[in-house]
Each structure stands twice: as structure tokens, then as C-alpha cells.
Design a binder for this molecule. Structure first.
Ligand SMILES: Cc1cc2nc3c(=O)[nH]c(=O)nc-3n(C[C@H](O)[C@H](O)[C@H](O)COP(=O)(O)O)c2cc1C
Ligand code: SF4
Ligand code: SF4
Length: 401
């Protein structure tokens, strides 16, 4: 069995899986379920300060899933790319209840997992007040959450409206904090890694890159946004490409450990984030929809995979993909003699490939689809759309056979 333990900011986590700050960490009962379910740590749902306390009351209902339960085979089979829109800003607790809940969580969980409190202030005075309170709790870790994607809309200076104040928050809190801490930064900016670097230079001990974007869908009959009527958090597993890219860019720039995340849905996603430089990986929606026990299954599968690959410790995979991630300018281009080929034995003559071929290289005949090599640009789209995998790519070295 490979060793799944990781260390960040001097704290040892039993494994890198973190229950992200969201509904599954709304109170000690759920957070304990998260650790019992196999996660190495949990970030408790964020405490908003008094000036942002409107966020402690939630719209009802507040969840809308797109492309989820209409997936073939649901609920045994779950989709891999869907969207969750939600409007649930922070913990329902005020200061006193939050600190008591953090203490209760740690008492219940003990050494089984790392309990991470999460704070979101409006003014620097509020940040300082909250830090002083959380210092006196049993929390193992504190996250300064400057990332909420829609709080700016309520007059709370966070998320997209707060890039310039993020480092200021870190500077004001770092010397007061008596606990290891991370800073959760918004991706809703031109360059998330620049904000992360500014936080590191201001004294952050770890950076959480997993925050979501905001958005809404529109009902065309009423011309109103679907759901509560405003923008909400907008994300899902389809977003993972964006999260991995941001993680890899930040990993090249930062020295402090990264908490990766955004769109984690399967155990492989945790490995992907670690290969892109994350030390810890959090899941929000993945645990919200698959239940707390999914962490146990993920840890087991990661362990099996590490064993099969011959890794002794999960630390060996951190950042190993970074040298393989090319700049766009470094990608190989215009290979000669590459074109698509159709297997006539598999082809059902459905014509799906033909309608997607913008090079007019495909004709569907009685014998099946055929490719005009003179026209084929080897773009690869027919391979992606063919429902029976009849299309494939012929490369120069394969043509000799
Ligand atoms: C319903 C819901 C509530 C959330 N509440 C918080 C919160 O209170 N604090 C916070 O830092 N992030 C919050 N988030 C963001 C998640 O922690 C996470 O960063 C985000 O959902 C992206 O990761 P995922 O794709 O794994 O869900 C929330 C997300 C969801 C879906
Ligand atoms: S690879 Fe692209 S250009 Fe060639 S046949 Fe397929 S879709 Fe057309
Ligand atoms: S999509 Fe596949 S099965 Fe359909 S015509 Fe093209 S090659 Fe044949």
C-alpha cells in the first residue's frame, strides 16, 4: 500500500482529499461525516462577517442541475460533464455559533482528519476580528476565503471585485494568525496565478485555487434567470480543464503548497491535480452529489493505482506533469501524410461524420463512409463523433503496413 500522507504548511494530512467548503461541511455533523467518509481534511463552510450576514440566509430552492438526471443509465451511471448552478453563499452561523461548531467538529473528529475553518470578512477590521476569534478555537487550519464568486454583488468585497484587496487581507491577518493558513483566490480574473503570487509574497502559507465562476441560465418564456433570479456559483466537472490549467500555471510560480480543485468528479481527477502541482485536492460538488463515502472509494482507487505504477508515496506524483505541459507555440504542427480512415466493417452509414467534416472529405456510399485523402485535413473530428468508432487516424509510419 502506497503512503497517502501529504504535508502542507507543516501540517500532516492522512491523505490529500479535502472536503471543500460547501454544503457537506455546513456543520459538525456533516463535516464529521466527511472525515469518516475518508477525506484527510475538511474546509468548513465559510463564516461571513457581520457586514455580509445577508449571505447566511439562503434562497429556497437554490440548486439547479443541468444535463444531470437525463443522462442515459441514471442514477446507476452518473454523467461526467454537467453543470451545477447554486446560490448558497456562506455558513448559516454567526460568529459565536461558528466557533462553537468548529470546536465541536474537532472534538468529534480528533486526529482522524484536519479541520480547516474558513473566514470571509468585508472590512479589514472584520477580518482581524474573525481571525482573533478563530485563533481561540480548536481548528487545525484557517482559510482566508477571498474568492466567493457572487458576494461582490451584495457589497461584500470578494471574488471578482476583490483582486486588489486580496493581498491586503493576507498582510493584515498573517501576523495575527496563530494557525497554519491558506488563502482561497478567485479564478475570475485575467491571471489567477498573479493573485496567488501576490498572496504568497504577502505571507500566505498555502493557496487554494479551487473557487468557482458565477453565471446563470435564462428562461426564454419569462426572460428571467432560471432559479433564484440572480447569478449564482456556476460549475461542474466540465470545468476541470480550466482548473488544471490554472493549477499548472500557479505551480510553476509558487513555492507554497497548493490546494487544487474545480470539477473533481473521479479519483483520477485528484491524481491529475497533483500531477499539475497540487499537494491537496478539494472536492465540492463531487462529494455533494456522490455522498461523503466517495472519499473512501477515491482513496482506495488512488492507492491501487499508485501500487500498480510502483509509487511508494503519493508525494512522488506532485508536479510530475509540469514539464510535459507545452506552450501553444511548442506544439507540433502540419504533419504530412496523416489522414482519417474508415473501417467499412464497422461503419453503419449513419452519416454523422459527413455532416461534421468541414473539409467535405467524406462521402457516404453503399459500401460505407469513404475519405478523400486529398481533401482530408486530419483534424480528427470524425473520430470523435462516430458513434461506433469506425473512424481512426492513419499516420505515415502506419501506412507502410
Ligand atoms: C453549494 C455550494 C456552496 C459553497 N459554499 C462555499 C463556501 O461557503 N465557502 C467557500 O470557500 N467555497 C464555497 N463553495 C465553493 C467550493 O468550495 C468549491 O471551491 C467549488 O464548488 C469548486 O469545486 P467543485 O467543482 O469541486 O465543486 C461552495 C460551492 C457550492 C457548490
Ligand atoms: S479528419 Fe477531419 S478533415 Fe479528415 S475526414 Fe475526418 S473530419 Fe474530415
Ligand atoms: S459516423 Fe461512423 S458509422 Fe456513421 S457514417 Fe461515419 S464512419 Fe460510418
Amino acid at each position: 500500500m502506497a503512503d497517502l500522507r501529504v504535508k502542507a504548511a507543516g501540517v500532516e494530512f492522512p491523505n490529500p482529499i479535502i472536503v471543500g467548503s460547501n454544503t457537506p461541511t455546513m456543520d459538525w455533523i456533516q463535516t464529521k461525516k466527511g472525515i469518516d467518509g475518508g477525506a484527510g481534511g475538511a474546509i468548513v463552510k465559510s463564516l461571513f462577517s457581520e457586514k455580509g450576514k445577508m449571505g447566511r440566509k439562503f434562497p429556497r430552492p437554490r440548486f439547479k442541475l443541468y444535463d444531470y438526471k437525463n443522462y442515459p443509465g441514471y442514477p446507476e451511471k452518473l454523467p461526467h460533464a454537467f453543470t451545477l448552478n447554486s446560490l448558497e453563499e456562506c455558513s448559516a452561523f454567526g460568529y459565536e455559533e461558528y466557533m462553537a461548531d468548529i470546536n465541536k467538529t474537532k472534538e468529534e473528529v480528533g486526529d482522524k482528519g484536519i479541520i480547516m475553518a474558513s473566514l470571509s470578512g468585508v472590512t479589514i477590521e472584520e477580518w482581524i476580528e474573525m481571525v482573533k476569534l478563530v485563533n481561540e478555537t480548536k481548528a487545525d487550519w484557517v482559510e482566508l476565503n477571498v474568492s466567493c464568486p457572487f458576494a461582490a454583488d451584495m457589497g461584500v468585497k470578494m471574488g471578482s471585485g476583490a483582486v486588489e484587496m486580496t493581498a491586503e487581507v493576507v498582510k493584515s491577518c498573517k501576523d495575527l494568525l496563530k494557525k497554519p493558513f491558506s488563502v482561497k483566490v478567485s479564478p475570475q480574473t485575467v491571471d489567477q496565478s498573479a493573485v496567488a503570487k501576490a498572496c504568497e509574497e504577502a505571507g500566505a502559507q498555502s493557496i487554494n485555487l479551487s473557487a468557482r465562476f458565477s453565471g446563470f441560465d435564462l428562461d426564454i418564456d419569462s426572460a428571467r434567470p432560471i432559479g433564484p433570479g440572480a447569478q449564482g456559483g456556476w460549475g461542474g466537472p466540465y470545468f476541470i480543464g480550466y482548473g488544471l490549467k490554472n493549477c499548472a500555471i500557479a505551480a510553476r510560480k509558487l513555492d507554497v503548497p497548493i490546494i487544487g480543485g474545480l470539477g473533481v468528479w473521479e479519483w483520477q481527477d485528484i491524481i491529475k491535480y497533483m500531477m499539475c502541482g497540487a499537494t491537496l485536492v478539494q472536492s465540492g460538488i463531487g462529494i455533494l452529489l456522490q455522498g461523503h463515502d466517495v472519499s473512501k472509494r477515491w482513496a482506495e482507487k488512488i492507492n491501487n493505482w499508485l501500487d500498480a505504477k510502483g509509487y511508494k508515496s503519493i508525494n512522488e506524483i506532485i508536479g510530475i506533469a509540469l514539464p510535459n505541459i507545452l506552450k501553444t507555440s511548442e506544439v507540433a504542427r502540419a504533419q504530412e501524410g496523416v489522414f482519417a480512415k474508415i473501417d467499412a466493417n464497422k461503419c453503419t452509414k449513419c452519416g454523422v461524420c459527413k455532416r461534421s467534416c468541414m473539409y467535405d472529405a467524406i462521402s457516404v456510399t453503399k459500401a460505407g463512409a469513404i475519405i478523400n485523402n486529398e481533401k482530408c485535413d486530419a483534424c480528427g473530428l470524425c473520430i470523435e463523433v462516430c458513434p461506433v468508432d469506425a473512424a481512426s487516424m492513419v499516420r505515415p509510419q502506419m501506412r507502410a503496413n
